[in-house]
Every structure is written in structure tokens, then in C-alpha cells.
Design a protein around this ligand. Sequence first.
Ligand code: GN1
Ligand code: MG
Length: 361
Amino acid sequence: MRIEDIVRQFQVEDEIVSCEAFGSGHINDTLRVRFSGDTPDMVLQKINVSIFPDPYGLMENAVHVTDFLRDKLKKEDRDYERGTLAFVPTKDGRWIFDDGEGGFWRMSKLVPRTMSYDLAENAEMFRSSGQAFGQFMADLNDFPAETLHEVIPNFHNTVKRFETFRKSLEKDVMGRADSCREEIDFVLSHEALCHEIVDRIEKGILPLRVTHNDTKINNILMDSETGESVCIVDLDTVMPGSCLYDFGDSIRFGATHALEDETDLSKVDVDPELFKAYTEGYLSTTGDSLTAEEKSLLVTGAMVITFETGMRFLTDHLDGDVYFKIAHEGHNLDRARTQFKLVRDMEEKRDLLEGIVNELC
Ligand code: GN1
Ligand code: MG
């Protein structure tokens, strides 16, 4: 089906003027669509159903969460027009258009006058992203978690991720294991890390909250003039989880000056100043809702999710790149290497990072 015909299924009247690839996600295909007339630009996404097998459940979550947030923003006199995503229904009133060829599409309004960044331009921007993700969690504190579909079961179950890694290593379908022994050994020697959060959730020591689960800085739209955080996007993985994964994932991706796939590992490390800025922002909005246990495990959370993400990239490299989109052969291995370098750096800087958290708590 042509893109024009797909766009026409949604409740927009004007004609398409252009359509271009948008954003830097690794899973879904994302397009920015411009129209003639007054119709604002839209974001059209093809949901990757081999990863999200229940696109209807996924959209039910996303619409429920954005409606909930919009109501709250309105009541509290905050920017409800730009502060949360607005999805556009199809002409027959659904949130998904099934093109009959395996494509499941959704559309949302592009949030005007915003930009997203793969790296924070400065500490202030990163602090603002911490505030926004903390606020997101605080805003969803009274969201009815039991109504959410678990779109990807065990998404951040690091112990299960480790088992999956081991199976892929045993199979070694691409015959790649020999060429990444160092990275494999890194994973195998860090098995204990997988239990830090999972075991505490199971024992009831850590609470489950409604979490975002993909808190990369590029999942926040920033005001193009002021650089302030405006809107959190990519609500596909909003599910019950631990805030430690959310906090940690932001640190993993953003408290460094290197991209996720940087090949010069000497550039890959955690910048304590960025770490401090994010933590300050996050704690300013999560406030009293974090438990003492959660606060004491923030650095651990960063290490666990960085390790988990590296392990997922390495698993996909061994599997033959069937999950994350790649731009070249070995791309997932490059990504795994940056993550493991970050874990090593966090291990070295652990006391320093813990000191920063203690000062701020
Ligand atoms: C994927 O598609 P994207 O970039 O939003 C992945 C996240 C990873 C991230 C690594 C559903 O997110 O879990 O942390 O790549 N999303 C899914 O950059 O697996
Ligand atoms: Mg995502």
C-alpha cells in the first residue's frame, strides 16, 4: 500500500505534501508527514509487530496513559497541548490501521516547536530531562497500573535476559562467538549483577511502579528555543516496573559524551557532572515518592540497565541481528562494547557516583 493511501485512513483532510524518515528508534519505522492547508505535521509509525505482537494492546496503553496525563495537566494548569502526545484516530475510529499486508500503523500530532537530541548539549539540558522523567513517574503514581497490558513480558527481567543470552551463545547460529570472546566473558563474569533489582522486586523490597522503560534522552522532545523538556514520547513500553531501570537507562544513554554506537571506546565514559545534573533533576520531581531503598540503589540501577542493554545487543549480534535495526555488520557488537565500557567505568567511579547521590538525597 502507498504511504498516501495509509495516511488517508486517518482523520486528516488535507493532501500529503511530503513524507520523510524521522527520529532514531531501533524498532519501529517512523515518518514525518507534512500536509497542504492547515493540517499540522504528523508522525506516522509502523509498529514492529514481531517485537510488539499486540499492537492494539500497546495502543490501548498509550491512549490511556496520554488521556490520563492530559487530564492531569489540564487540572494543574500545565501545558496540556504540548505536554503529552495526541494520537489521531482512523476514519473508522480506531487507533491502529491494519493495511492487510502485515503493517500496523498509528499516527500522532507532531509536537510543535520541539526537537530531540541523541546527546545532551549541556548539563542543563540533561538536568531538565531528569526533571521530566521524574515528573512522568510522579504524574503516573495514581495511574491504575492493573489496567496496563504487559506488551513485552519480562521486558527488564535481567535474569531472564541472561538466560536468553546463554541460549543464544550455545546455539551460536551465525558462528560469531569466537570473534567476540572478550565481550562474552564480560557478560558471564557479571551474572550477579542481573539479580540486583529482579531479586529485590520478587522479595517485595522494591516496589513496582508505572514506568516508561525506555528513558533515553531522545525520547523527550525539548523546546527548540529554550531547550527545556516539553513532552515524553515513545510510550510503547510503559508497564509496571522499577524506577531504577528508568533512572539507570537515562544515565546509560545520556551521562556520557559518546553515542550508543561509538567505536572509539576511549571516548566512552560516564561524566560525573552529567550524572549529577540528571540525578538532581530527577530527585527534584520524584521527591518523597522514592523509598530509601530505591535511593540507595540508583547507581546500581544504572549499572544493571547498562549491562542488560549491552547483553541484549550482544545477544542480537549472536542471533544474526534479528531484533535491533542495524546500519552495518557488527553494529550490535559496537553497541554492546560501548555499554560494557560504561559498566566498567561505572564500576571504577562507583564511590564517586554514590557520593553524588548521597549528597543530593
Ligand atoms: C530500543 O526503538 P528504541 O530505540 O526506542 C529498545 C530499548 C533499548 C533501546 C536501545 C522495545 O528502543 O529497550 O533500550 O532500543 N526498545 C525495545 O537504544 O526493545
Ligand atoms: Mg522505544
